[in-house]
Design a protein around this ligand. Structure first.
Ligand code: KIV
Length: 264
């Protein structure tokens, strides 16, 4: 996959598939699939480190997880999130963050929002680094939104999103994530842009889809309650893991494991 191919896929109306991935062994499984690209999302700080929001993610953490993913899936196009505030303190500081992430094995970076980011996006792209945009429900702004809420529901807000998408295309983004917005808004944005849109909770009329892999696999414990409407769960991973561990414990306690088959 290359930046050009993203555009070509949109032109051919071929859907782009993207999934999050945070570690080596999952990446090595994804590397055996036809997934088009991998996102080392800052959601990793919630999924892998138990944070309540994506705000605690740091450049060091993003770079460390990117390096593991790049080792596991060297054949995939990897996009890594620039974490909270790392691109809001001027071009030089943003470029330090980008450099660390690219040196750890990413092929592109993603950043949230538009206003105040245009100059930084232009500079990153002019430095030879592809940038993916992200608008709609941008989780790093959860405190401003007052929660994880659908964006672009009023005509005014829908127009704002369209304007933002056009600004991102002009700044040089090769693709844009559209998160949590009505189908019609995502469709209009997708139609008005030349670059592809990748939706999450944005309906089917986009150029591709992204999900958090752990959501798709149902890798949650019984206590987890947060399940956005847009998530389709393809297996009950959490339950499968729990029952396998329970079987192992029973086997050890009853001295069924290790049987002769597992002994030297
Ligand atoms: O961090 C992340 O996982 C993301 C996706 C939800 C698009 O940004």
């Amino acid at each position: 996959m290359s930046v050009d191919e993203f555009k070509k896929m949109k032109q051919k109306n071929e859907k782009i598939t993207m999934l999050t991935c945070y570690d080596y062994w999952t990446a090595s499984i994804l590397s055996e699939t036809d997934i088009d690209c991998i996102l080392v999302g800052d959601s990793l700080v919630m999924v892998m480190h138990g944070a309540e929001t994506t705000i605690p993610a740091t450049i060091e953490l993003m770079a460390s997880h990117t390096a593991a993913v790049a080792k596991g899936a060297p054949n995939k196009f990897i996009i890594t999130d620039l974490p909270f505030c790392s691109y809001r303190k001027g071009v030089a500081i943003a470029m330090d963050a980008v450099e660390k992430i690219m040196r750890s094995g990413a092929n592109a970076v993603k950043l949230e929002g538009v206003v105040g980011n245009e100059e930084i996006i232009e500079h990153i792209v002019a430095s030879g680094i592809p940038v993916m945009g992200h608008i709609g429900l941008t989780p790093q702004s959860v405190n401003l939104f007052g929660g994880y809420k659908v964006q672009g529901k009023t005509k005014d807000n829908a127009q704002k999103l369209l304007k933002q998408a056009i600004m991102l295309e002009k700044a040089g983004c090769f693709a844009i994530v559209l998160e949590c917005m009505p189908n019609l808004v995502a469709e209009e944005i997708t139609d008005k842009l030349n670059i592809p849109t990748i939706g999450i909770g944005a309906g089917p009329h986009v150029s591709g889809q992204v999900l958090v892999l752990h959501d798709l696999l149902g890798m949650h414990n019984k206590k987890s309650t947060l399940k956005p409407k847009f998530v389709k769960t393809y297996m009950q991973g959490g339950l499968l893991i729990e029952s396998s561990i329970k079987k192992y414990i029973t086997d050890v306690k009853r001295q069924k494991f290790p049987s002769s088959k597992y002994c030297y």
